[in-house]
Design a protein around this ligand. Structure first.
Ligand SMILES: NC(=O)C1=CN([C@@H]2O[C@H](COP(=O)(O)OP(=O)(O)OC[C@H]3O[C@@H](n4cnc5c(N)ncnc54)[C@H](O)[C@@H]3O)[C@@H](O)[C@H]2O)[C@@H](O)CC1
Ligand SMILES: [K+]
Length: 476
């Protein structure tokens, strides 16, 4: 059993692939073996995360997730814990593996209790796993509420009950720990998944991982970029931050500052409205220029940060000529609003220079012509669709940012936290992507590395010091 940490990549498997792997593994093993292993792993982890627990509530549901709970309950009881087992469902209709585990509990004298205990030290949430197919209702919804209102540690078996394993959506149990079994599920790491899963653990149940069948990846740290002694500012490329319409100059300055601090060779700030000295005080390295006079073919451009409606005017040339391009915020809104710009973006992608879109969910919804809720209902699918629509790399921001591109497996970024939910951090991200493109990274790697580093800076932010976008840019 391993704790899932951000120091390496992890393959993720959606429900369809997990079911295939489970079927094949089960066929090669004696009956009930996988569930026995799942139950033992669950009981061991419960003991490890709450060694002094006395009362354990094992909340079991009507399918095989409940079966894992029965197996765990039998072990914990044998190890001397006071186990209260509840079953939401009809014991006569349990699937075969779960029915066998249920009989084991009964043989051990462990009967189902009608009610949860009055209080408990640990709850093992075995109500629903990957078989969850609809919104929680009735008894299961009630039990999830009871779990969430309760004290102490909640160990979710496979996924927090109610959470959709593929998308991380749905009202669900709020676990302090989740033990993902056989495969790691993408929904644990994006949308509501990160808030609902707590610390994630993984047990392969003795079935070796088949990475080539992964449906997505949880990204690992990017390789450390070496800066050779025999290099000069030209080795790290030129970035231009284009944006900052009237009243929004700070956004473009933040993108430029991020590119500068991330190591770009030269950084131009191209404001779309006159800019005073104040916004760039402390950044003497920035060269303030009108974008119209720059050799766009040599520039890695972060475009759109605080661009207002003015960005529309410069976009056609930038789409046509930029060496590499990050489109953010108002550039994305302009493209969403205008078919001619969409056409320009597609033409650019066909020609092949690197392009990365960095939408938040609302911007992605505008580009896809759907609602934000529809984007969030399946973030992996949404990012992939957007990448396919425009032929480029997409970094869909939000909890568990998704990086997708046509023909590639999507990646979920494992770093970052709610401290990033403050104005300007998106501009910093756009500038960072541009700096990595300028240094020569391919667009998928640049987007993934930028998301990772941006989140990691927030994860390692000193306690008690405010995380502002300006400080974040300087910390890169
Ligand atoms: N069969 C096996 O070999 C293994 C199964 N495993 C466990 O089995 C789980 C999958 O088991 P199942 O496929 O039985 O699925 P679940 O146990 O997740 O749930 C299926 C049951 O819940 C009901 N249900 C689904 N959504 C509901 C909702 N929203 N409200 C009310 N009822 C709902 C279904 O009608 C069905 O009765 C995995 O997540 C894992 O925990 C593991 O033990 C590994 C081995
Ligand atoms: K569960």
């Amino acid at each position: 059993m391993l704790q899932v940490t951000a120091d390496r990549p992890w393959p993720l498997f959606d429900v369809a692939r997990t079911r295939e792997i489970e079927r094949e593994a089960a066929a090669a093993l004696p009956s009930h073996t996988l569930m026995q292993r799942a139950g033992l792993a669950t009981a061991r982890l419960a003991l490890a995360v709450a060694p002094h627990a006395n009362t354990v509530w094992v909340a079991c549901g009507p399918g095989n997730n409940g079966g894992d709970g029965f197996e765990a309950a039998a072990h914990l009881r044998q190890w001397g814990k006071s186990v209260v087992l509840t079953l939401a469902g009809d014991p006569a209709r349990l699937p075969p593996d779960a029915a066998a585990a249920w009989r084991k509990c009964q043989a051990a004298g462990l009967a189902a209790s009608a009610e949860p205990p009055a209080t408990w030290d640990v709850c093992i949430d075995a109500l629903l796993g990957i078989g969850n197919v609809r919104a929680l209702q009735g008894e299961l919804a009630q039990l999830v509420q009871t779990i969430n209102a309760g004290p102490g540690t909640v160990l979710a078996v496979d996924v927090p009950s109610g959470l959709a394993a593929d998308s991380g959506t749905g009202e669900s149990a709020r676990a302090t720990h989740t033990l993902s079994l056989l495969t790691l599920k993408p929904g644990l790491f994006t949308a509501s998944g990160r808030d609902r899963s707590g610390r994630v653990w993984f047990d392969d149940l003795g079935v070796p991982s088949q990475d080539e069948r992964a449906s997505a990846w949880l990204a690992g740290p990017p390789p450390v970029a070496e800066r050779l002694h025999a290099s000069h500012k030209g080795s790290y490329g030129d970035v231009a931050a284009v944006g900052g319409a009237a009243g929004m100059s700070g956004a473009a300055v933040l993108a430029a500052s991020a590119a500068l601090h991330a190591g770009a060779g030269r950084v131009y700030l191209c404001p779309l409205a006159p800019i005073g000295a104040a916004p760039i005080a402390g950044l003497p390295e920035l060269m303030v220029r009108d974008v119209a006079g720059l050799p766009l073919e040599t520039l890695n451009i972060a475009c759109g940060c605080g661009g207002g409606s003015e960005v529309r005017g410069v976009l056609p040339e930038i789409l046509r000529r930029a060496k590499s391009l990050v489109l953010d915020a108002d550039a994305l809104n302009a493209i969403a609003a205008e078919p001619a710009l969409q056409h320009g973006l597609r033409r650019r992608s066909e020609r092949g220079p690197p392009t990365v879109l960095t939408p938040h969910p609302l911007e992605a919804a505008r580009l896809l012509g759907c609602t934000t809720a529809e984007v969030q209902a399946d973030r992996l699918r949404s990012a992939t669709s957007l990448g396919e629509r425009f032929g480029c790399v997409v970094l869909l921001k939000g909890s568990g940012s998704v990086i997708a591109a046509p023909g590639q497996l999507p990646r979920i970024n494992p770093t970052g936290n709610a401290r990033l939910a403050t104005g300007g951090t998106g501009d910093v991200l756009a500038g960072l992507v541009a700096a990595l493109l300028a240094a020569g990274a391919d667009p998928m790697s640049a987007a993934a590395a930028a998301a990772y580093r941006h989140g990691s800076a927030a994860d390692h932010w000193p306690e008690g010091s405010a995380l502002t976008a300006g400080a974040l840019a300087r910390a890169l």
